[in-house]
Design a protein. Sequence first.
Length: 326
Amino acid sequence: MRVLITGGAGFIGSHLADAYIERGDEVYIIDDLSTGSIENIKHLKAHPRFHYTIDSVHNAPIVAELVDQCDVVFHLAAAVGVRLIVESPVRTIETNVHGTEVVLAQANKKKKKVLIASTSEVYGLSADVPFREDGCLVLGATTKGRWSYACSKAIDEFLALAYWREKRLPTIIVRLFNTVGPRQTGQYGMVIPTFVKQALAGRPITVYGDGRQSRCFCHVSDVVGALMRLMEHPQAVGEVFNIGSNEEVTILELAERVRKLTGSPSEIVFVPYDEAYEQGFEDMPRRVPDISKINALVGFRPTKSLDEILQTVIDFYAGRTTAHGD
């Protein structure tokens, strides 16, 4: 199979590329390296079945050419991370909405199957936990910048489903819940790499708010397996799926686990949201997926516990520190 991955030099995209190359498929990626990194794919660059294009998904002629060469498309290119969303709202909205418009329009010309990566953020302030795919989305006020990301990804979902209903372009939507693992950067506010790097360096581990907000973390290898299985299942078309773990942990507990697993002397300090992001920042108190739908269709179940996930990230960053001598 020939696979196109937009955002293929990103954290999830590069692991997905690895999995398809390993399986014997041909992989094409496009990435503008705004949040992805050439470091993530350098081990693939010399591979005869791996092809990369450094460009934006906004470049319709380039996207059209790549779509023509491939059988299926994974659209992972997006503005990611709360910090980026708060600091660059225009870029967030334009990247997410216009990029998806271009990919869907080009894929539609040849009716190539597209999987769109959405986010658990779309559930917004909903208190109906665990979140089900058919549940209501409850977004905050438009004056709160952080909801622009959730709204832009919800528009992506509406657009992808409209292409399926109106134009019969086969589309699949996945809502990812805190995917983590090696290669993930803490640069844009991702909590686990941030905590791990702070702990390994003996710096204070910074917990935003009171630390009672809870999340569920899923290893990238489990997520990649789910994406591949959904892409191949005919009944996934036109549907929305949560992908994540349902092992819930508070952020304060997470900080304590990281400190323990690294044997770090770091103290845990609390940082108010207003200081971390922006005045009046709103966070989701709990973010837990109902994964019964994807489990019923493709048998998805997370295989790695939270401690195992944390250990993979600790090993990755400890190894990098040793390699770089810092």
